[in-house]
Design a protein around this ligand. Structure first.
Ligand code: SAH
Length: 483
């Protein structure tokens, strides 16, 4: 009964009451309010893998120098002093030797991906014990549904014999593991695949290698590079730091889940002298602080480009704007590859289908904190501007852009309702609870209405705050389920 109630809600994409005062101890990055103080250790991870026993039911930098004298200091971002970490020393060093403040984007990039001290570089930041939780970690069904999408696209592509399946920023590798595990029954699909993981963190690369159950093939031939193969589906897997390093010349299916939100954003603020870029500086008492640039910065070119894509009315009402040049450039790289080689990309993230104003946030141990507070110890992420992705992609010929649609619509149309029902037939009580909660988190909105446990653990739906968009080669027609 409960299941049917949930299924009905998802299939009709009905919206539930959103109580913005509530919180969840497993913080997903799109929740814009502070989580409760309950200890993350007291909760068990929600992704309990359930075997697929009902087979038939599964459907087939620019450096700038700035005159400090005219900088306007934004007062609201002061914070308590702490002893400097290596990353803090590094950031202060850049600001000192550059002779002026750095952009928020440069700060964000250093904090997240500095090769020595970056937040993602040397640890596992996901799940109940980490800093935040993502959809693949919530339920196996997420990766499985993305697998359905990839397989449908492969069908629409005319079942090519060789395909690059690329994931950008795979985290723990959970999405890819669930995708491969569920797709392994469809041999003609999996036999065509070569998986490429685009990941900047050596620690996460190792974790992905482990979670994909990879081994290095024993090959006696000299001079031939040994292949790494995932035992989940007998598929070769390679790792790269950049999308550009993935071999071209064959069609690609590219997945970017919660990747774009980690790309560095520039922040602009409207001032009497026009749009000024918000910068990070060090105050006389050696604290980080925000200042406004006195004159246009190089990123202003991207701001102008972004504003041209928007209606004047949309811009007029905003006092702040975020732009993400890396997202624009990455989208162009994706679209170019798809135009040349065929295939498509799926982008799922939290964000808006329009200009983003002021969304940059820091999360540490499932709590929101000040962006300037002990950089490197917290995740930084920003809302994704899907309209900007659309416009960037549409500058490339022979591709088409679809969506965004809500995650709830996307997963519902791909059959998550059938999947949860099938899995519920063959699982323990504990797995059933985990499946129901996971299902709610993926497709629901607001607090789960069925919840009987402690208030502070109530699952909060991600179904409407996360959006899905596809970019495909026009040859393939409209991708499932965007028709
Ligand atoms: N997709 C995963 C993880 C999202 S977190 C999930 O949904 O669970 C962002 C991921 O992108 C991490 O794996 C991080 O290490 C990686 N990442 C962030 N910036 C990157 C960059 N510039 N290049 C390559 N990987 C990056």
């Amino acid at each position: 009964m409960l299941t049917r109630h949930l299924l009905k809600q998802a299939s009709t994409c009905r919206h539930f009451l959103l109580n913005s005062k509530t919180s969840s101890p497993f913080l997903t990055k799109s929740i814009l309010f502070t989580s409760s103080s309950s200890s993350p250790e007291s909760q068990s991870p929600t992704n309990t893998f359930v075997d697929d026993k009902v087979k038939d039911q599964y459907p087939t930098g620019t450096s700038i120098s700035i005159d400090r004298s005219a900088l306007y200091n934004l007062p609201e971002h002061s914070h308590e002093p702490t002893s400097d970490s290596e990353l803090v020393k590094h950031l202060k060093g850049i600001i000192k030797f550059r002779g002026g403040p750095i952009s928020v984007a440069e700060y964000m990039e250093e904090v997240l991906t500095n090769p020595k001290f970056g937040f993602y570089i040397s640890r596992d930041v996901f799940g109940a014990e980490g800093d935040f939780i993502t959809s693949p970690e919530v339920s196996q069904m997420f990766g499985e549904m993305v697998g359905v999408w990839a397989m449908c696209l492969w069908e629409q592509m005319g079942r090519p014999k060789q395909v690059n399946l690329v994931e950008l920023g795979p985290g723990r590798g959970t999405l890819m593991a669930d995708l491969l595990r569920s797709a392994s029954k469809f041999k003609s699909f999996t036999e065509s695949l070569h998986v490429h993981m685009v990941e900047c963190s050596p620690t996460l690369q190792k974790l992905q290698h482990h979670n994909l159950k990879c081994f290095v093939e024993d090959d006696n031939s000299d001079g031939v590079e040994k292949r790494t193969v995932s035992m989940l589906a007998g598929i070769p897997v390679s790792w790269h730091a950049l999308l550009e390093q993935v071999p071209s010349g064959m069609p690609s299916i590219i997945i970017a889940h919660e990747f774009y939100d980690a790309l560095p954003v520039h922040q602009f603020q409207r001032a009497s002298r026009g749009w000024c870029e918000k910068m990070v500086d060090v105050s006389e008492d050696s604290m980080f602080r925000f200042v406004l640039s006195p004159q246009p910065t190089p990123a202003t070119l991207y701001l102008m480009r972004r504003c041209k894509w928007a209606a004047p009315k949309e811009i007029e009402k905003l006092g702040q704007i975020e732009v993400c040049p890396k997202a624009m450039d990455l989208t162009r790289t994706i679209a170019d590859r798809i135009r040349c080689d065929g295939g498509g990309a799926l982008i799922i993230d939290y964000g808006l289908n329009g200009v983003v104003s002021d969304s940059l946030q820091a999360i540490r141990k499932h709590k929101f904190i000040n962006i300037l507070d002990n950089p490197g110890s917290a995740d930084l992420s920003a809302y994704v501007d899907f309209a900007s992705i659309r416009h960037s992609a549409e500058e490339v010929s022979d591709i088409s852009v679809h969506g965004p649609m809500t995650q709830s619509q996307f997963l519902g149309a791909l059959g998550i309702n059938f999947r949860v029902e099938a899995l519920l037939q063959n699982c323990t009580d504990e797995q059933a609870d985990s499946l129901r909660t996971g299902y709610w988190r993926l497709v629901g909105e607001g607090e789960a209405p069925f919840w009987e446990g402690p208030d502070e653990l109530v699952p909060i739906g991600m179904g409407t705050r996360y959006l899905a968009m596809a970019i495909v080669n026009k040859k393939q027609g409209v991708p499932v389920p965007f028709q």
